[in-house]
Design a protein around this ligand. Structure first.
Ligand SMILES: NC(=O)C1=CN([C@@H]2O[C@H](COP(=O)(O)OP(=O)(O)OC[C@H]3O[C@@H](n4cnc5c(N)ncnc54)[C@H](O)[C@@H]3O)[C@@H](O)[C@H]2O)C=CC1
Ligand SMILES: O=C(CO)COP(=O)(O)O
Length: 317
């Protein structure tokens, strides 16, 4: 096996630790020094020591010698990372490990890879998983989506580990939409709980949020069944119900009117704005996404958002 992980945040580090249980893995970080010395990512994933088979480097040349490269940087940074290191990435298997829609283009990570490095094999690894769970070796199941069926089968086998079970699909659009959109619904769910609106309100937001996810997925020609899987329903369930989720916690802060650390990676914030714009352009009804974008941009407070959702014309389910 020959795998490197580009991006040493919580998720990249966790995947590298899990994969290093199978064989040598290289983790590329801009600030590799401290991690290489301590053999731990004390900033993003404390308490998870690196196995001996994990090498940390700040040399992109060293990391890009691998055949499979996992891209674990935030969604809005993906294009610039690929552009900056284009020369080293041609012909590789590039697996996006980020969740979101790019604000500047309205596309997801697989399209960003294809547009930037057209001769690479583009795939996405997504689904319900907290970095700390993966790093601790807790059982986790994810979706590996690759438009090239044979390459998808190869990646599935290479990236499955003892505790990380991968299911595969060729529907990259459906897989990336599930991972991107569930974060928007998680912000809404956190806001409802934070504002004291109750568990029933959260269940309504999750269900109607899922209907919005399906609406956009159908518009973009995703397979209808993909969203019912790990990358859609699975991740929606996890993220809307756990305080481990940063998206959920941002929502809670909005609901409570308390401050939130702006340096935290919260993919649903940019994605809500990107999807709100897409929905407007395509005349798609996505009121929960609208409400989240309005909350984030201070156009609405929680009471205003609830009014927006509850006073809409009555309709069939
Ligand atoms: N943390 C988690 O539990 C999970 C995260 N993800 C996804 O993984 C992606 C990354 O999230 P996290 O690792 O949690 O974020 P994080 O905030 O822990 O780390 C982001 C990392 O990206 C690095 N980075 C940013 N710009 C860079 C650049 N231009 N060049 C090199 N490195 C750069 C930062 O230095 C940082 O180490 C997100 O899309 C997230 O949705 C997916 C599943 C689980
Ligand atoms: O994607 C995740 C779980 O599957 C992680 O969620 P957060 O990015 O909200 O922390």
């Amino acid at each position: 096996m020959s795998v490197s992980v580009l991006g040493a945040g919580a998720f990249g580090t966790a995947l590298a630790i899990s994969l290093a249980g199978k064989g040598p893995v290289t983790l590329w970080a801009r600030d590799a020094g401290d991690m290489a010395k301590r053999r731990e990512n004390t900033k993003r994933l404390p308490g998870c020591p690196f196995p001996d088979t994990l090498t940390v480097t700040d040399s992109l040349d060293q990391a890009s010698a691998a055949k499979i490269l996992l891209l674990a940087v935030p969604m809005q940074r993906l294009r610039s990372v690929l552009e900056d290191h284009k020369g080293a990435l041609h012909g590789k298997h590039l697996v996006a490990c980020c969740k979101g829609i790019e604000l500047s283009s309205g596309v997801g990570p697989v399209s960003v890879i294809t547009q930037t490095i057209p001769d690479a094999t583009a795939a996405i690894l997504t689904g319900p998983s907290f970095a700390a769970d993966i790093a601790r070796g807790l059982p986790t199941a994810l979706t590996l989506a690759c438009g090239d069926a044979a390459a998808g089968k190869y990646l599935q086998a290479e990236l499955t580990t003892a505790n990380l079970r991968l299911y595969r699909t060729t529907d990259t659009i459906g897989a990336e939409l599930g991972g991107a959109l569930k974060n928007v619904v998680a912000i809404a769910s956190g806001a409802a709980i934070g504002a004291g609106l109750g568990e029933s309100a959260r269940a309504a937001l999750m269900t109607r949020g899922y209907a919005e996810m399906q609406r956009l997925a159908a518009h973009l020609k995703a397979e209808p069944t993909t969203l019912a899987g790990l990358s859609g329903f699975g991740d929606l369930t996890l993220t809307c119900t756990s305080e481990q989720s940063r998206n959920y916690r941002l929502g809670q802060s909005l609901g409570q009117g308390t401050p939130f650390d702006p340096s935290t990676t919260v993919e649903g914030a940019a994605t809500a704005r990107a999807v709100d714009a897409l929905a407007c352009e395509a005349a798609l009804d996505m009121p929960i996404t609208r409400a989240v974008a309005g909350l984030l941009d201070n156009q609405l407070d929680v009471a205003g958002a609830m009014k927006l959702l509850l006073t809409r014309p009555l309709k069939e389910e």
